[in-house]
Design a binder for this molecule. Sequence first.
Ligand SMILES: *Cc1c(COP(=O)(O)O)cnc(C)c1O
Length: 471
Amino acid sequence: MHFDDDDMHDTFDDLTDDMGEASAFDAALGTRVAGRDYDAEEQSLLLLDQSHAWHPYTQHQGMALPIPIARASGAWLYETNGRPVLDAVSSWWVTTHGHCRPEIAEAIAEQARTLDHVMFAGFTHEPAAELAAALVARMPRGLARVFFSDNGSTAVEVAIKMSLQAFANAGTPRRLIAALDNAYHGDTFGAMAASGRGVFTTPFEPLLFEVARLPDPSEADTLAALDALIDARGTELAAVIVEPLLLGAGGMRVWDERVLQGIRTRTRAAGVHLIADEVLTGFGRTGPMWACERADVSPDLMCLSKGLTGGFLPLGATVATERIFDAFLGDRTRTFFHGHSYTANPIACAAARAALTLHDDESEDARVAIEVAQAGHLASVADHPAVRAVRQLGTVAAVELAGTAGYLSDVGRAMSAFALQEGVLLRPLGNVVYVLPPYCITLPELARAHDVIARFLEGERAKDERGGDVD
Ligand SMILES: *Cc1c(COP(=O)(O)O)cnc(C)c1O
């Protein structure tokens, strides 16, 4: 790959030659965060970023400057100027035990000095073998084989490919996948195909493979639709993929355990695989270790990522039953021909092993305390006129604001800007604001996040009373 180091400095040098650093900064950058001044180091960091980096889910035209973060600890991020920001969303749902937990940091440092990486075809190592065994030991019954990849999307791709190929290998090919409306399974093509349709998927729509859609179980009769699908196309159906009990990115929509049990009963009877995408719900997020555990359901395939390394390193895992694994035994054509350069990276596995060890009784108690406290906070805003609904599952609390629904809703952006000013990181999904904290958060810290939401709601009420739009 060609990387022209000079390029890196062109924009900055050109600008600073002409105008001097501060005005170059102002000319090159759009919207400053209100009231924020930047010293010379911060300015050059932001100039480099704005000249060369491309951010996820970000409209770069007219974007607010990203917040430069220097370090993190526990539930807190620290800006380069030292200002603390409470991470009430676990940095996109990955940070489980808290930022920079020393046990995980040390496991990573030690592994990096011992064995950085080795390809995982034809080789193995202690971190991967021990992690696989430790994961299986905590899995719902029947899940026995761990396939490593790099993130949640690839964990989903792997699960879908395993299901399809298991049928192909058995000589009874099935090609149809069913998924829930409002589901989110990631941004790669297979994961997008399985995800609900929206602004994320529109440009790619014609290229996404056919997926049978089942209605969102938080608002419709999914089981009746599944019965009809199995009646009509049961022998074509390879797998049903679900985010068990919580449609996360779709707006933190909570759904009933009995529906998950019903999906399990029906898929088992029809010989259809059940894929549980626990990328968000895994590792204690919904209370017990897995959301499937809440419903006492064992899927055929489970996808893991996000909390797997405690939020330190990218790693994905797809856990399969021995039966699915067995469908790949035989001659070479039955092989699962899938892998990634960094499959089972030892450093990531060492981080995951350390993170898993931290899921002890104490951590479980902390989650229960968070759950109880969140319930209290939600109860105190449930009847507010600016609130349409409140929802909770385990450590996840969500407030659906009155106003336009959908990912591009403006009320969420206003909420997020307000929270940031108050030193709390919240990133609403459209008009749904949620608190999804690292388990190390203290109850006063948690109260602070909810206080910011309550004060925002008061502002919305005041606007409403003045006759403005609630939006
Ligand atoms: C975040 C998420 C994914 C995608 O994971 P990435 O690591 O972002 O690719 C898949 N499924 C669910 C349920 C998720 O929440």
